[in-house]
Design a protein around this ligand. Structure first.
Ligand SMILES: [Zn+2]
Length: 528
């Protein structure tokens, strides 16, 4: 701070800051990544937004660095001696942004301060013209009140501050002809209808395919082969068919019925009651098998070196594998004799497979391909279930007690481990040593009948409005709990006050129980 000159936007008495903003993946970087992925035989990333979210969840920090994310920062908090966000030091938002820029941090260059509604509208129009030339996608702009006093007067709702407003540009539309409807089979067996379109320019790129989601949606919109349709692109890269121009119909258009047979393996399809999805339920369907193996080998799952999408398709086509466990049984000689392989490739894959049991437990849970279980839910399961036996024995009811797992996901997990397919997968993978016990055990559960505090470890973070931190600590200890300074797997509960930061994020990552001030106060009163 002593180096700051006169007129600096940065207050002199602050030594540590926390900056917040929005992470994104530039379009140039996104395109380059997809070229690399195609060369490696991996599936393309669908759009920059999902790729960014996925990257931030990636366990491997080297991979996160390789992806080349960017950020625009727009919030700056001074930190107190405890590394907690302290009092606001800026009298307006522009001062906050100027301080960020002066610290050398990236701030969006298209910020403008307007003194009237007309000024705001003019700037929104200007941004709309710039929009297609940017290296990132925008679907609108945020309009904020500049003065802190004005912000405080407007206050916040439970969800968001009232002093900021997201303005969205209208989604772009285009009209074209729907030539054909093709069927795609995903790794869960869901068959998705896809519209093959006459190529049309939409929001700066040429579009020739659009998802039709499912038959219910297709029937609701009465979409037929040969229709003139309006396609639209929202925030995502994948466009969709918005509506049919029925006035343009000639009578030659044809409806595409729900498929009775899988387009890939030709087995009978099935549709569960209450579900919109039509599925291929053949576990050996090449499309399903290939999709499951791709997930199993993927970076967030087993991260198997030497096993790309093209190799997987070949293994499936050659009927070398009928499930993930079979990968571990592939003879070296068979691999080496495959077209384009040889001993080097075979050894690389075998070495990659040998490392799989050392993958983080959460990554191996994700690799199972349990319906509804993404990277985050896998992490929650890993924190609360140290072994596969514990997961198999769990019920939807028990699962509903875990953070971020609702009744639908809980039921899907229970159904998976109860299903023939799930049990077969677990049994086969057990035989090849896939489930080794974790070294680190989760904390022992609280003793029954002794209340919420007794024998449990608490971490306090953020600012509590109703009491000081030392009062909160004393109150916990009086009721038999312990207070610790840092969040780990051994923590039972994180009490998060206003403006909680890194510790709360970590607690979420570990799937720990989190109590806000209201819940904490209620527990204190209960056991007062
Ligand atoms: Zn099939």
């Amino acid at each position: 701070p002593e180096k700051l000159g006169r007129g600096s936007a940065i207050p002199r008495d602050v030594t540590a800051w926390e900056a917040r903003g929005e992470v994104y993946l530039g379009l140039t970087r996104f395109a380059a990544l997809n070229v690399q992925r195609q060369e490696a035989g991996l599936e393309s990333l669908a759009n920059p937004r999902n790729a960014t979210a996925g990257t931030l969840k990636t366990i491997d920090s080297n991979e996160v660095a390789r992806r080349g994310l960017s950020v625009f920062l727009y919030q700056l908090f001074p930190l107190d001696a405890d590394d907690q966000p302290g009092d606001d030091v800026f009298s307006d938002h522009r001062g906050e942004l100027a301080a960020l820029a002066e610290l050398g941090l990236p701030v969006n260059p298209f910020l403008e301060v307007a003194d009237s509604a007309d000024g705001i509208i003019r700037h929104l129009e200007k941004l709309q013209q710039l929009r297609d030339g940017l290296d990132y996608q925008i679907d609108g702009a945020v309009i904020k009140v500049d003065s802190r006093r004005g912000q405080q007067a407007l206050a916040s709702t439970a969800k968001a501050p009232r002093w900021g407003l997201a303005f969205k540009y209208a989604a772009e539309e285009a009209e074209t002809c729907l030539r054909e409807i093709t069927l795609q089979v995903g790794r869960t067996g869901v068959i998705t209808p896809v519209a093959e379109l006459d190529p049309v320019l939409l929001a700066g790129s040429t579009v020739s395919r659009a998802t039709l989601h499912n038959w219910e949606e297709m029937e609701r919109k009465d979409i037929r082969r040969g229709d003139r349709v309006v396609v639209v692109k929202g925030g995502d890269i994948i466009p969709k068919v918005l509506r049919v121009i029925t006035a343009a119909r000639t009578g030659d258009e044809t409806r595409i019925p729900r498929p009775r047979q899988c387009p890939v393996c030709h087995e009978r399809t099935s549709q569960q009651e209450g579900e919109v999805a039509v599925r291929c339920v053949n576990p050996l369907c090449p499309a399903v098998l290939s999709g499951r193996l791709r997930l199993f080998a993927s970076r967030d799952a087993c991260d198997i070196d030497g096993l790309g999408g093209r190799s997987i398709d070949m293994f499936v086509a050659e009927e070398l594998v009928a499930g993930p466990a079979d990968l571990f049984r592939l003879p070296r000689a068979t691999l080496a004799a495959l077209p384009g392989w040889g001993e080097k490739s075979a050894d690389r894959l075998l070495a990659g497979l040998a490392r799989v049991p050392d993958r983080p437990w959460e990554a191996r849970i994700f690799a199972l391909g349990i319906p509804q279980v993404g990277v985050n839910t896998a992490r929650t399961l890993a924190t609360h279930h140290a072994s596969v036996a514990s997961m198999v024995a769990t019920t939807a009811e028990d699962l509903a007690d875990l953070p971020d797992i609702g009744p639908v996901v809980g039921a899907a997990i229970e159904a998976f481990f109860a299903s023939d397919g799930g049990q077969h997968l677990v049994a086969q993978l057990s035989k090849v040593g896939f489930f080794q016990e974790r070294e680190e055990q989760p904390p022992p559960p609280a003793r029954e009948g002794e209340g919420w505090f007794a024998g449990r470890t608490f971490v306090l973070t953020g600012t509590l409005e109703g009491m000081t931190r030392s009062d909160a600590k004393r109150a916990i200890e009086k009721r038999g709990g312990k207070v610790s300074g840092s969040v780990s797997r051994r923590t039972h509960v994180v009490v998060a006050g206003a403006r909680a930061g890194g510790k709360l994020d970590k607690a979420r990552k570990l799937g720990l129980e989190i109590a806000d001030e209201e819940a904490f106060a209620a527990r204190l009163a209960e056991e007062g």
